[in-house]
Write a protein that binds this ligand. Structure first.
Ligand code: PMP
Length: 442
């Protein structure tokens, strides 16, 4: 595949933009380096790069593009909003409509606040949890990524682990010491941490279904145990649903029927106090939101003492795009279709890898899955790290050369969109068959 123009643009970008990219996960550092592909246009399930090559897109912009690119309903909503002015700095009626939609879909939200990114949403839940409890410490799980704010960039997954940076520089040790990290799916470790720090812990934060060291389900009883233990110590539970909300059904992971639960308490036993949202709820425009129990959210200014604000927050374009996206997702059959496309692809990849003697673990949840080059299950971050990064890099490049765009990291998921077709998944499987055959030779 000729990528002359991409390569030229990368050289130019390096002179003006740090690392040539505006988010480190876009660089190809984790897959052997070199120029990332510069895309020019996207429509439906496809990208076209600046050299005119077409790719089937499974990156979905790291998750938000669940309807595919330039979905007509979303595009129309954005255009209409833009024509009426993109930013007011005043409240608008649309914000109420959207808040209502989110509350209807996610029952644990009594009140919400819109922000501009998942990072901001998570950061704000921590502020509020600390304000409400009067405590400082946060317990989180190894490999879960919660954005790039100081507190949660300790032992984080996604970009930082991909680049082999366990903690970021620039985070004072005094702050990092307010964060305790325990392995995902390990209630005994959480219990130990709470036994020591329970009295100082403001919140236990988790991706209820992990999307940042591949797709990883909580084990049966894990979320219930987490909620029970946190509450026993007076700590709040924060679910980071930036990836998971509206991913697997019209709602969040906290009410997803596919969750392997052992909950005598039913759904009530796994409800968080606070939830962070982002990605899909912006329909492809910048957004984040957080919300939860009324008395906790009422800590937030102007009602309470916890300050949180934003010039761009709740802007009409993002809100309109989010509403349009959720409206489209509400169409009957949407999630069943995403799931059946993903299942065919994930099962096909497993079978093809087996045929060529390539060890591959595929974790699929609904319309998203992750591919781990290893011969063991992946249920926590250690197991996700203990996979063959070289093999992933080979696979990534062989797929890219055949016009299939994956995220350039062994930790990121493949996301199906409503724009993908059976022809796309069949073409992807044919490409994977050739990639595995080539890998088996090396
Ligand atoms: N939380 C989770 C679970 C995420 O996956 C991400 C982004 N990948 C974030 C928070 C941060 O969101 P943003 O990049 O919009 O700041």
């Amino acid at each position: 595949m000729n990528r002359t123009r991409s390569n030229e643009l990368y050289e130019q970008a390096l002179q003006h933009i740090v690392g040539g990219v505006n988010s480190p996960s876009r660089s190809f550092k984790a897959v052997g380096g070199g120029a990332p592909v510069f895309m020019q246009k996207a429509n439906g399930a496809y990208f076209w790069d600046v050299d005119g090559n077409r790719y089937i897109d499974y990156l979905a912009a790291y998750g938000p593009i669940i309807l595919g690119h330039a979905h007509p309903h979303v595009t129309e909503a954005i255009t209409r909003a833009a024509a009426n002015g993109t930013l007011y700095g005043t409240p608008t009626e649309l914000e109420i409509d959207f808040a209502r939609m989110l509350k209807e879909a996610i029952p644990s939200l009594d009140k919400v606040r819109f922000v501009n990114s998942g990072t901001e949403a998570v950061m704000s839940t921590i502020r509020v949890a600390r304000a409400y409890t009067g405590r400082a410490k946060i317990i989180k799980f190894a490999g879960c990524y919660h954005g790039h704010s100081d507190l949660v960039l300790v032992a984080a997954g996604s970009g930082p682990s991909t680049l082999g940076i366990p903690d970021s520089a620039g985070i004072p040790l005094s702050l990092a010491s307010e964060v305790i990290t325990v392995p995902f799916n390990d209630l005994a470790a959480l219990e130990e941490a709470l036994a020591v720090w329970g009295g100082e812990t403001a919140a236990v934060m988790v991706e209820p279904i992990v999307g940042n060291f591949g797709m990883v389900m909580p084990k049966p009883g894990f979320l219930e145990g987490l909620c029970r233990l946190a509450r026993a110590h007076g700590a709040l539970v924060i679910y980071d649903e930036v990836i998971t909300a509206f991913r697997f059904h019209y709602g969040s992971a906290q009410t997803y029927a596919g969750l392997p639960l052992e909950t005598p308490g039913g759904w009530d036993a796994v409800q968080p106090d606070l939830t962070a949202l982002g990605k899909i709820i912006g329909g492809g425009l910048p957004i984040g939101a957080y919300g939860g129990r009324r008395e906790i959210m009422e800590q937030v200014a102007p009602l309470g003492p916890a300050y949180q604000a934003g010039t761009m927050a709740g802007n009409p374009a993002s809100i309109a795009a989010g509403i349009a996206c959720l409206q489209a997702l509400r169409e009957p059959g949407t999630y069943a279709r995403l799931e059946s496309l993903a299942a065919a692809l994930a099962d096909g990849l497993s079978a093809a890898a087996r045929r060529h003697g390539i060890a591959l673990t595929v974790n699929r949840i609904g319309g998203a899955f992750s591919t781990h080059f290893c011969d063991h299950p992946v249920t926590n971050y250690d197991e996700a790290q203990d996979t063959d990064g070289e093999r992933f890099a080979q696979f990534f490049r062989l797929m890219l050369e055949q016009g299939v765009c994956l995220a350039p990291s062994k930790y990121e998921a493949w996301f199906l969109t409503t724009a993908h077709t059976e022809d796309d998944t069949a073409a992807t499987l044919a490409a994977a068959e050739r990639a595995f055959a080539e890998m088996a030779k090396r």
